[in-house]
Each structure stands twice: as C-alpha cells, then as structure tokens.
Design a protein around this ligand. Structure first.
Ligand SMILES: Nc1ncnc2c1ncn2[C@@H]1O[C@H](COP(=O)(O)OP(=O)(O)O)[C@@H](O)[C@H]1O
Ligand SMILES: [Mg+2]
Length: 190
C-alpha cells in the first residue's frame, strides 16, 4: 500500500509549497511531531515509519489513495489510536495520548469532514457547546454568547446571525463555524 504522500516525502520538514509572490511566515518552532510512527491492524500495516513535523503557522495537506493511512495518522495525532512504534512530540516534548480527550487537553483539535455540530441549535450554541457563558443564576448568558460568537466569526470573515440554526448555513460556512469553535477552545494544532 502506498504511504500517505505529503507525510514521508514532505520537503524541508514538511513545509507546504507556496505560490510565487506569497511570503511564507517565518518557520516557527515545531508544534507537533510524529517520529517514525508505525501502526498495524490485523493483517495490514497502516503506517510504516512515518515522520511528520508541524511548525507554528503551517498548514499541511495529507494526500494519498484510499487505505494509504491518512485517517490512521490523524487518529494517532489526536489520541484515537496509539502507535505501535515511534512516538509523538508536542512542543518538543515526548507525549502519548491514551484517548482523544487527552489530545484535546493538550491543545490538539480536530474538525471532521462530517461536522460534529448540532444542526438544530443556533450558531452561537454550537460555538459554545458545553462551555456556555453563564450568569450569576447559572443560566446561559445569551447576550454575551451571541456577542462573543459574532466577534469570533468576524475574525474569520464570516458574517452570520449567531441566532440562526446551524442547518440553515451552507456546508462551507458550517465547517468554518466548526473551525472557529475549535480555535476558540485555545487549540494549538487544528
Ligand atoms: N480500525 C481498523 N481496524 C483494522 N484495519 C484498519 C482500521 N483502520 C484502518 N485500517 C486499515 O488500515 C489501512 C489504512 O487505513 P486508513 O488510515 O483509513 O486510510 P486512508 O484514511 O488513507 O484511506 C487500511 O488498509 C485500512 O483498512
Ligand atoms: Mg481516511
């Protein structure tokens, strides 16, 4: 099986190519690294000695045919699977994640293709799901939640009514809401 591309073959520590005239941000420190990661499932080697470095400010695309191991690598980076060989480093320190919650606590946030948001709830409720601002009575502070959602989304160039049910937005906008949510949980690596 061909390995997922951009990963083992990534030039210069995996930095993405940029169109001419577009200046790259200064190469930051390594945020997240996979070092010689291997993962086998019964009857198949999903990842064989895969290394990858994500530096501050970088965006990578992981490309490969079906079964190349893309999902497996992402699942290892986000604590869904544990590597059989090799390991991860976060901010230069070796880390291991026994479960997704541990990766999340470490600042690694994932947005799945199938956005894991609640379609019938408002944009603001989705952004603040599980960590809604509350008033002194313990009730959700909707005014503050709507204001903060608008500010957050404005920062991404998305101008939507925070009261709007999520399902009324297009899929692209929904994914941007998921991204804004992920970033607002102080994620280091998205
Ligand atoms: N949970 C699993 N159990 C058994 N085999 C798996 C599991 N997850 C992935 N695989 C196998 O590992 C290989 C890589 O799969 P995957 O990472 O999903 O590839 P991709 O996302 O690039 O399509 C495939 O051969 C797949 O069948
Ligand atoms: Mg996949």
């Amino acid at each position: 099986m061909a390995p997922p591309e951009a990963v083992p073959h990534a030039p210069a520590q995996g930095r993405t190519a940029r169109p001419e005239g577009v200046t790259a941000p200064p190469a930051g420190d390594a945020v997240l690294e996979a070092r010689s990661v291997s993962k086998r499932f019964p009857g198949v080697v999903a990842l064989d000695d895969v290394s990858f470095t994500l530096r501050a400010g970088e965006t990578h695309a992981l490309v490969g045919e079906n079964g190349a191991g893309k999902s497996t690598l992402i699942k290892i980076l986000t604590g869904v699977h544990q590597p059989d060989g090799g390991g991860l480093r976060l901010g230069g320190r070796p880390v291991s994640f026994a479960r997704p919650a541990e990766a999340q606590r470490a600042g690694i946030s994932t947005i799945h293709q199938e956005v894991n948001l609640v379609p019938l709830m408002s944009v603001a409720r989705n952004v603040f799901l599980g960590r809604e601002p509350r008033n002194r009575l313990g009730l959700i502070d909707f005014a503050r939640m709507h204001r903060e959602t608008t500010e957050l989304l404005d920062g991404f160039g998305i101008h939507v009514d925070p009261r709007k049910p999520l399902h009324m937005l297009g899929i692209g906008t929904r994914q941007m809401v998921a991204l804004a949510r992920a970033v607002s949980v102080d994620a280091q690596a998205v």
